[in-house]
Write a protein that binds this ligand. Structure first.
Ligand SMILES: *[C@@H]1O[C@H](CO)[C@@H](O)[C@H](O)[C@H]1NC(C)=O
Ligand SMILES: *[C@@H]1O[C@H](CO)[C@@H](O)[C@H](O)[C@H]1NC(C)=O
Ligand SMILES: *[C@@H]1O[C@H](CO)[C@@H](O)[C@H](O)[C@H]1NC(C)=O
Length: 392
């Protein structure tokens, strides 16, 4: 029984092997046929439809698997994506010569003999093809359909600077722009087109830490990918007009970190510094000074943190968070100054005699700073957050 089963499995397996071998042989035969049929030099160097004076339409799709900062103190993002191009090369048609074969797959070596578009990404500072080769042929994949449609797929990693509105940090709005164009062929030779529903990004890329993707597809939350904003363009250069594809990935910083580490502590320190204005100026002058020193030190520590420890795009540009912390520091400084200046002078404040007029003036000044300072701070906060919110 067991032996019988074994025999059958072996037979089935050998049939499968024979069939796949036959297919492989068929594929090699077809590719050889294509190479024999065409002049190899023109097949590689001359674009399709050149003689007919027709442009090659290259359809492009893109799938971004991963995106993330290359280092915390820059705005360079690594974008890891599949890039697929499709076009018709009538010279590679084989539907009339071989029946029942839909497509053939070329190895990297074989693909060096056919024409490929010289596409490049002009906004990338660096572009790597993944050349690790555990899967036989690196990362290139070329499939040719019997009607001459070539499908060319790549896995690429691009480094792109996505800085945008840095002055609004941490509410800035990084945009990673990929501009895809041909290096040498003008728009009358190659015309790029997006395939509309296939410009996508994974909805939770593993390396995207501290940021989130701003979605463009509003309705479906169930999808595990989002549509990337994309468009087609023609650009005019001195050498002619070129076809260009543009894809824009919009990102947003997650602000929770900054709220809890910078903004809320700063607000608390400012409120604490007002407390010193409510403490009896004569009886508890030490308490006032202590609060003043404590809040000043506190805001200095936060300021130090803003400039050194938090990861920020560019050390030397003034941003929204710097302005906020500076204003908090100013508020604390003013309350400290006004509380110190109202401390009684002299030994322990006991031998000091206050005149009637001075007390009255002091009360009005106390009242003045108790109301005016919080008003100013609240107004500042309203305009600050409104500005950030409106600029979104
Ligand atoms: C090719 O076509 C373009 C317009 O489509 C025309 O301007 C050009 O003269 C043509 N070139 C040749 C060699 O026929
Ligand atoms: C490219 O897309 C257009 C329309 O979207 C389609 O008609 C054409 O066949 C496509 N070309 C290839 C090579 O897939
Ligand atoms: C979404 O994409 C379309 C076109 O692809 C574009 O017109 C629109 O501005 C995009 N919306 C956002 C919010 O990016």
């Amino acid at each position: 029984m067991f032996f019988k089963m074994f025999k059958w499995t072996a037979l089935l397996l050998s049939i499968v092997i024979v069939v796949t071998n036959a297919n492989d042989i068929k594929h090699t035969e077809i590719i050889e046929h294509l190479f024999n049929k065409n002049d190899l030099k023109t097949l590689k160097n001359v674009r399709p439809n050149f003689e007919q004076n027709k442009t090659v339409n290259v359809n492009v799709t893109m799938y971004v698997m991963d995106i993330g900062l290359t280092s915390p103190d820059s705005m360079n993002f690594m974008i890891d994506f599949y890039f697929r191009q499709m076009w018709y090369d009538p010279r590679l048609m084989f539907e009339n010569d071989f029946e029942n074969i839909d497509y053939v797959v070329m190895t990297s070596k074989q693909s060096e003999s056919i024409w490929l578009p010289d596409t490049f990404i002009s906004t990338a500072k660096q572009l790597d093809t993944h050349v690790q080769k555990p899967f036989s042929d690196g990362n290139r994949f070329i499939r040719i359909k019997s009607n001459g449609q070539v499908f060319y797929s790549h896995r690429l990693t691009a480094i792109v600077n996505c800085a945008n509105r840095i002055g609004y940090f941490p509410s800035d709005h990084p945009v990673c722009k990929l501009e895809i164009e041909s290096y040498g062929f003008s728009a009358s030779d190659i015309l790029y087109k997006w395939i509309d529903d296939s410009v996508l990004i994974d909805s939770s890329p593993p390396s995207l830490i501290g940021f989130k993707i701003i979605k463009n597809n509003s309705d479906d939350n169930k999808n595990d990918h989002n549509v990337i904003e994309h468009k087609e363009e023609r650009i005019k250069l001195s050498t002619g007009s070129y076809s260009r594809l543009i894809a824009k990935i919009h990102l947003e910083r997650k602000c929770g970190y900054f709220l809890f580490h910078i903004y809320l502590p700063s607000i608390m320190l400012v409120i604490l510094s007002w407390m010193s204005l409510c403490i009896d100026p004569i009886e508890r002058s030490t308490a006032r000074i202590l609060i003043g020193i404590f809040t000043s030190l506190g805001i200095l520590i936060i300021m130090f943190g803003v400039t050194t420890t938090i990861s920020r795009p560019n050390e030397y540009s003034l941003t929204a968070i710097d302005i906020y912390v500076f204003v908090c520091m100013l508020m604390i400084f003013i309350s400290f100054i006004s509380s110190v200046s109202r401390c009684p002078h002299g030994d322990n404040g006991k031998s000091y005699q206050l005149e009637q007029g001075q007390i009255v003036r002091q009360h009005s000044m106390n009242l003045y700073s108790r109301i005016v300072m919080p008003m100013i701070f609240i107004l500042f906060n309203i305009s600050y957050w409104l500005t950030l919110w409106l600029a979104k």
